[in-house]
Write a protein that binds this ligand. Structure first.
Ligand SMILES: [Zn+2]
Length: 428
């Protein structure tokens, strides 16, 4: 039993600051009140207590080639199966890969990240390597696998399906690279099998302008539209939304979440995601640091770049609280929206049955309530509130603005404690 005492807590979905103590027992927050003081006392005076971070998009496998290939084109570096990255990965020993992944996970933990969603290359073996590497580290990897059979357009669909099923036995989902590398048939099978297994289907979309335009020419749909129409659960990048892409994303938000990776776009000279428009459209995005070869998996750096690059480029105010929510509570808000959608769907449907009318039907998905996906049922990220798992970070207080304090001031050395369920790590 522990009490985190005398800190300012960013509580609930809304990250509302309040000066209270938190009592934790057996991996659960039992009480939050100014009075409670039991068990081991953890001093949080001059600190903020913040939900730990979710890094919603990583490629941890390329930890082994940090800062390689700088200045080459994106295709030369990361395009599967023959980009620089894939050649190096296939020539590295398992022990080397495991050591480099461990070191990245320790970097994440010490900078306040307890959960990350990884695009794991290397098929079933690749997934097993990450599981082995993360075994003794109190961090939660959410692993999305893939297989080289996805790139073979001549492959027998039944073989593709079989391969996906076997990956899903050990992974949390499937993530091919992009629509440019796989056939529509393979995309359909991936989404279908993930849905049946209640796992995550994810894909990169709209990372740069020509991908969007080429897709529009070839398929009469942008990559983002394709991602939404195929019902992928998690779309990555959306650096270049076109036409009504973002309206489609919002409409499909019961199924589809999005993760943006501004620093990755920056280092690859691909532009700046229009985060201001995404927020205006009432979409609640997540943030990811993408390839560890390009950027450290440090979410505070990601938040700082997101805030400042978007303000600078679009000449518009972005609220720091919105940015902090992208790294902490949006994943939980999105799942609550899904639950609300289920309720509104049911109530509208019941109304339709009784009134025998079909009005309002446009606001809900036309299929049925099986067509709703709760990403957080797999990620399992929690907020700071009673009965929740303690997934939180105690950070040094430099200023009176709790949100800018984290985005603008806190460095890894200012992270004092990280709690993740029953584990807590003392970095003091
Ligand atoms: Zn990526």
């Amino acid at each position: 039993m522990q009490t985190i005492a005398n800190g300012i807590i960013l509580k609930g979905l809304d990250l509302k600051p309040s000066k209270e103590n938190i009592l934790i027992d057996n991996g659960e927050i039992i009480e939050i009140s100014p009075k409670v003081l039991e068990g081991e006392i953890i001093d949080a005076s001059d600190s903020y207590v913040v939900p730990s971070f979710l890094n919603a998009h990583t490629h941890i496998g390329d930890s082994i080639i940090k800062d390689c290939g700088d200045g080459k084109t994106i295709d030369e570096i990361v395009k599967p199966p023959n980009g620089l990255k894939h050649r190096v990965l296939s020539n590295s020993s398992d022990d080397e890969l495991i050591e480099s992944m461990k070191s990245s996970m320790m970097d994440m933990l010490s900078s306040g990240t307890t959960h990350f969603i990884d695009y794991r290359e290397g098929g079933i073996e690749g997934i097993k390597l990450l599981k082995k590497a993360s075994k003794d580290i109190p961090i939660n990897p959410i692993i999305l696998g893939r297989d080289d059979i996805f790139y073979d357009n001549q492959a027998d669909p039944s073989k593709v399906r079989k391969k996906i099923k076997s990956i899903l036995k050990i992974a949390d989902g499937i993530a091919p690279s992009g629509f440019g590398e796989i056939s529509d048939e393979t995309a359909k099978i991936i989404v279908d099998e993930c849905r049946k297994a209640s796992k995550i289907s994810s894909i990169h979309v709209g990372e740069y302008e020509s991908l969007q335009k080429d897709s529009l020419l070839k398929f009469k749909k942008t990559e983002i539209e394709k991602g939404v129409d195929f019902n992928f659960n998690l779309l990555i990048h959306l650096t270049y939304p076109m036409n009504n892409d973002l309206d489609k994303v919002f409409k499909n938000s019961k199924i589809t979440s999005i993760s943006l990776c501004p620093r990755s776009n920056g280092v690859l000279s691909l532009g700046i995601v229009p985060l201001n428009v995404i927020i205006e459209k009432r979409i609640k995005p997540l943030l990811g640091t993408d390839n560890i070869m390009f950027n450290s998996p440090n979410m505070m750096n990601e938040m700082e770049y997101a805030l400042k690059a978007v303000r600078a480029n679009y000449g518009t105010y972005i609220n720091p609280k919105d940015i902090l929510q992208m790294a902490t509570t949006n994943i939980v808000s999105n799942s609550i929206n899904s639950i609300n959608s289920i309720n509104s769907f049911n109530s509208i449907n019941n109304k339709n049955i009784s009134d025998n009318k079909l009005e309002n039907q446009e606001s809900v998905n036309e299929d049925n309530d099986n067509n709703i996906f709760n990403l957080n049922s797999i990620v399992k990220k929690s907020i700071i509130d009673i009965k929740n798992s303690p997934q939180l970070v105690i950070v040094k207080k430099h200023s009176n603005n709790p949100y800018l304090n984290i985005i603008n001031r806190v460095e890894t050395k200012d992270i004092k404690y990280v709690f993740n369920g029953e584990n807590y790590i003392d970095f003091t």
